[in-house]
Write a protein that binds this ligand. Structure first.
Ligand SMILES: [Zn+2]
Length: 140
């Protein structure tokens, strides 16, 4: 795998693909999406990630018993015991599937050269960047 990006303007594309190796339809990713499609339970995710991804979610206040541990006894409510209350941000599995498919579609739409061979055939380090036209490539 190799990740191609332009130091001139910041344009980038996915790692080069191969038919039987890394590509947007790799089996582990597809199996994961299929499993999510039939899952019922909402998934707790970090709010910053959900916001950045633009995925619909619900926020619930959750109170749960804290696991046994050396907690500061002064912070433990004598009646309730060791509990903590926090906000849980939940995404429906189907929205994770939609997000996964949209990411794959964006990656495919943005891919200028599917394989390293295509990039080399287009000039390799001399190929013009599709965004700025310069050839300031970095390949990691
Ligand atoms: Zn560029």
């Amino acid at each position: 795998m190799a990740y191609l990006h332009c130091h001139g303007c910041g344009w980038q594309q996915d790692d080069f693909w191969s038919e039987d190796g890394y590509n947007p339809f790799r089996n582990d990713h597809i199996e994961w999406l299929k499993e999510l499609l039939f899952r019922d339970e909402p998934m707790a995710m970090d709010k910053w990630w959900i916001d950045e991804a633009g995925i619909p979610y619900q926020t619930r206040e959750v109170t749960e018993k804290m696991p046994e541990g050396p907690w500061n006894k002064s912070s433990v409510d004598e009646e309730k015991g060791a509990e903590r209350t926090f906000l849980r941000h939940e995404v429906l599995p189907k929205h994770m599937v939609v997000h996964g498919l949209q990411s794959m579609a964006r990656s495919i739409a943005n891919m200028q050269w599917r394989t390293e061979e295509e990039w080399k055939a287009a000039g390799g380090t001399n190929a013009p960047c599709p965004q700025c036209g310069e050839s300031h490539w970095d390949i990691d």
